[in-house]
Design a protein around this ligand. Sequence first.
Ligand SMILES: Nc1ncnc2c1ncn2[C@@H]1O[C@H](COP(=O)(O)OP(=O)(O)OP(=O)(O)O)[C@@H](O)[C@H]1O
Length: 202
Amino acid sequence: MRVTAVRKAFGSRQVLRGVGFEARAGQLVGIVGENGAGKTTLLRVLSGDLRPDDGRVELAGTWGYCPQHPVLDEELTVRQHLRLFQVAYRLPDLGRALRLIDALSATGYLDTPAKVLSGGTLQKLNLVLALMHDPEVVLLDEPYQGFDWETYLRFWDLAQELKGRGRTVIIVSHLAHDTGRLDVLHHLRDGLLDPSPPADPA
Ligand SMILES: Nc1ncnc2c1ncn2[C@@H]1O[C@H](COP(=O)(O)OP(=O)(O)OP(=O)(O)O)[C@@H](O)[C@H]1O
């Protein structure tokens, strides 16, 4: 993925003022910044959900997008959501989706409607919907919000597994901890990315 000089304003508020970076296959890339820094705006531009005022986003291959707020139908169960996305992604079966649900310990909720799921379980579904077609580039907006510690650790196992298979994983968070798990960390400040040196594995 190559991002060049992306600009986006809402009215007179310049949120992105020339953002550029590259992410390669097999890289875990973090983008951190304070509340309101423009992280979600950037990810929406990267996913094609929002048109930038200027700049380019080049993305080779398939992508998956896990938005900050799950876009789900509260009347549908977890399994029905998986089926809906199976059709949209044109997948032959739900094998990978069910393995991901299992890896996140959500199998017990397959037949539960979204409207009665806890926030953390909704987020598990949100994440699985972004990963079930095994995209080459994964865009994750605060992917572990609401996760308990066990699930948080499983999330990072999953991220490592994706990295190991050459996927590009871009994680946006307002939390700058756990940066040792990332290959590259960018800070979004004043509408620009400030690249940090590779995270210290210690
Ligand atoms: N659709 C919109 N219309 C107008 N202003 C917007 C819109 N979306 C975002 N903004 C503004 O752009 C700025 C950046 O918002 P954004 O949601 O991208 O920040 P963020 O870094 O993701 O924040 P957080 O960590 O709180 O999720 C904020 O000032 C926000 O109010």
